[in-house]
Design a protein around this ligand. Sequence first.
Ligand SMILES: Cc1cc2nc3c(=O)[nH]c(=O)nc-3n(C[C@H](O)[C@H](O)[C@H](O)COP(=O)(O)OP(=O)(O)OC[C@H]3O[C@@H](n4cnc5c(N)ncnc54)[C@H](O)[C@@H]3O)c2cc1C
Length: 489
Amino acid sequence: MNFEKEYDLICVGGGIMSANLALLAKLLDPSLKILILERLDGVALESSAAWNNAGTGHSALCELNYCPEKENGDIAINKAIDICTQFETSKQFWAYLSENGLIKNPKDFVMPVQHHSWVLGKENSDYLEKRFHSFKEHFMFDSIDFTRDIGKMKEWFPLITKDRDEDEIMAASKIDRGTEVNYGILTDNLFKILNDEFDTPVYCNSEVLDIDPDPDIDWTVEVKNTKTGTINNVDAKHVFIGAGGGSLLLLQKVEIEEKEGYGGFPVSGEWLVCKNEGLIKQHEAKVYSKAGIGDPPMSTPHLDTRYIDGKKQLMFGPFAGFSPKFLKEGSNFDLFKSIQFDNISPMLGAFWHNLPLTKYLVEQVLMSKDDRMESLRKFMKYAKDEDWEVVKAGQRVQIIKKDEFEGGKLQFGTEVISSKNGSVTCLLGASPGASTATSIMLNVLEKAFPEILEKQKELLSEIVPFYNKTINEKLFKSQLKRVNNTLGL
Ligand SMILES: Cc1cc2nc3c(=O)[nH]c(=O)nc-3n(C[C@H](O)[C@H](O)[C@H](O)COP(=O)(O)OP(=O)(O)OC[C@H]3O[C@@H](n4cnc5c(N)ncnc54)[C@H](O)[C@@H]3O)c2cc1C
């Protein structure tokens, strides 16, 4: 492969994170020399692929784990505000690309699909009503609707209410501006812009083996051509490790003290995918419920309308499970290889304090299709085995890090690890992931290229008007209207 000798930035991984970072960087400074390396045959084949994730535009409209109940019974919505702001920032970036003719048809990857929360039982229904009142008071969520009436729910999601007794206790909420996103197509679009407009292609079949300090420039990246076995060494001033589940193993090879103590816990996933066209037609929503007590947030089941492979789909899940691989196309030794002297104590601490999670994952792995169908029947009472098939989802690696009190803890979000001078940055963790990629990558740019952000303040606020702003109702609603118009939402 014809690499140049030296780059300003090397992005490891051809997923949505590298795509966002490289394109933002090029828009702000077209003179930057950027190299993007991907080990597989094409881009967006791991977590960013449509079948591998749930395609939710996570904006806290329906996901109840972002709104915990406090000890005094109030509902905390600060996390929801944060997630909503980050998703709107991603939408602003897509709108900017559309307005400038770089994305031709946003409907190819983002579609309006109502977001609902739906719960069973009195206690959960009371919680949902309290959340509704808290949401109603905040301008980001004041379009929320709530009901305890099954008749109303029949209009919202008939598959779930069919064959239910009128006296069953349940409640639901609805926000119309929810989205379904095909992150695979979006990632393809972003890399196409990089290739066509900025002469920055992705080099596929290029696996990064190591990242070493270099006395002349900052880093030397060792790249293997997976087709021919040839090894190349390429120099870079900055390296971003956006290798998804593979990031931890690469970070561990980089000689920076900030990597110390990080470990990872892999979680695999599976969907039930509907094969019955009649059922698929009847559902037009993403319906999230509540995770069981003690179950992790990624276990929250949902019944989702999706748009994949040019077709409307209906999916239930994801069911979590355990696999020692860090990537779907990874190795069974990944988890074992990641255990090192500096993270053994955090890993044991996290394991010891999360025994219910381990038990939950073991139970999930042992689930047969019949068991999964039983979970689905909590949503759709009459779901028939022959209408559904099991399909593999993507692999996530949850972060394990040092904790003062427990030795180690499991973290469910994402985290950017950076060397002191920002010349190496790495993204660990999974959720809410793809939805918030633009904000996360702006955070990477702050660490790696603060001088570019400082110089391009004006352009940046054109690309993402929420960046570094206090968001009041007027700003939020005016931008929401503009962006939704542009994206056809
Ligand atoms: C089951 C599931 C459901 C999800 N649901 C949602 C959702 O509804 N909404 C949402 O916003 N997010 C969701 N996510 C999270 C989201 O999919 C991820 O956060 C996002 O896709 C991560 O993008 P990435 O670019 O970091 O990683 P990836 O898309 O995994 O890309 C990383 C790339 O790096 C490559 N790579 C790895 N190692 C190397 C190496 N050594 N050299 C070169 N290349 C390498 C890999 O082949 C891969 O192509 C979900 C994830 C899963 C697994």
